[in-house]
Design a protein around this ligand. Structure first.
Ligand SMILES: *Cc1c(COP(=O)(O)O)cnc(C)c1O
Length: 345
């Protein structure tokens, strides 16, 4: 049976070019800063994001963790959205390992947080308060329909933050999806952010690895934290070689994933019993819901899996499908045809 795995873009497998690059990579000990392939990847990441320097880490979770801990002292507060990945899905690491207090403000459907609410929530030097050290935004926003944040919005939050001596971090796990759909270079999108993290192992299809980018000072702290967390990797050029292929060969094709997501969403909108808000389809992440309880949500997921189509129900009656390098236009046709049959049965 042909498997159509729409659970996440993390399921993407490395390309033939990546496997070849891995086998031919120049290697050294990266904890001694001697791996030429890692050095090359970090330089390229810094260049793409317009930051002074960059650091390779094993995962997006560690990228956000070392970023937050580099910006914030223990007891300081991080302002972030209530649907932020860092709040929901990173095992509480910022609090467990960094003693950082989190302040969640409501995310709107477009991934933004109301700017007046951010302004009102920044806390200063009153002995009663945790002092705000950092604001984190997510671009694209995973739980908010894969929505891209515009440069204008990020700039506005950055200006507000910097006016109050607060730093701003971008969780850019899917920043390249944002860049492609907004037709705005990544360095533009994060121009006024103090730091940005991005993943190579999602839509860009590399097997492992994320990058953190920022100033020399910031990356120096992040590198030390990476070591402390056990994320210092020796011949990490094995990972970086695939990452270089990802950055050079896999960015432009993300628009195919967006086209497939649009086609998937259109198709879902025509299936009786399912509902989808087309205005909330932006990049490669599609959320849809049951219209009413005539269909059982968990049975829908199981029946589809029996037909080879895998995806998650994110809450009762609500589902997420993610398009990626492993999903073709024909896979979308097949998914829709199964979905129509299963929803009608
Ligand atoms: C996937 C993801 C991460 C974490 O990445 P891992 O590599 O899975 O740890 C962080 N932020 C966002 C928005 C993500 O989607």
């Amino acid at each position: 049976m042909h498997e159509i795995d729409l659970r996440s873009d993390t399921v993407t497998l490395p390309t033939a070019e990546m496997r070849k690059a891995i086998s031919e990579a120049d290697l050294g000990d990266d904890v001694f800063s001697e791996d030429p392939t890692v050095i090359k990847l970090e330089a390229e990441a810094a260049d793409l994001t317009g930051k002074e320097t960059a650091l390779l880490v094993p995962s997006g979770t560690m990228a956000n963790l070392v970023s937050v801990l580099s910006h914030c002292a223990r007891g300081q507060e991080l302002i972030l959205g209530d649907k932020a990945h860092t709040f929901l899905y990173e095992a509480g690491g910022i609090s467990a390992f960094g003693g950082v207090h989190s302040r969640q403000l409501p995310n709107k459907d477009d991934g933004t947080i109301d700017i007046d609410l951010i302004r009102a929530s920044i806390r200063g030097a009153d002995d009663h308060f945790p002092e705000t050290g950092l604001i984190s935004l997510e671009n694209t926003h995973n739980m908010c329909y894969g929505a891209p944040l515009s440069k204008a919005y990020v700039d506005e939050v950055a200006e507000l933050a910097h006016g109050k001596n607060v730093s701003i971090h971008i969780d850019g796990a899917r920043i390249f999806n944002a860049s492609v759909v907004l037709e705005t270079a990544v360095n533009e999108l994060v121009e006024n952010a103090d730091s940005v993290s991005f993943c190579m192992s999602k839509g860009l299809s590399a097997p492992v690895g994320s990058l953190v980018c920022g100033s020399e000072d910031f990356i120096h702290k992040a590198r030390r934290l990476r070591k402390g967390l056990g994320g210092g990797m020796r011949q990490a050029g094995i990972i970086a070689a695939a990452g270089l292929e990802a950055l050079n060969g896999m960015v432009d094709r993300l628009k195919e994933d967006h086209t497939n997501a649009g086609k998937l969403a259109e198709g879902i909108s025509e299936i009786p019993g399912l509902s989808i808000i087309m205005d909330n389809v932006h990049t490669n992440i599609v959320y849809f819901e049951l219209d009413n309880d005539s269909i059982n949500g968990s049975e829908l997921v199981i029946s589809m899996a029996e037909r080879g189509v895998r995806f998650f129900d994110v809450s009762t009656g609500r589902f997420r499908m993610v398009t990626h390098f492993g999903i073709t236009s024909e896979d979308i046709d097949q998914t829709l045809s199964h979905l129509k049959n299963v929803a009608a049965s």
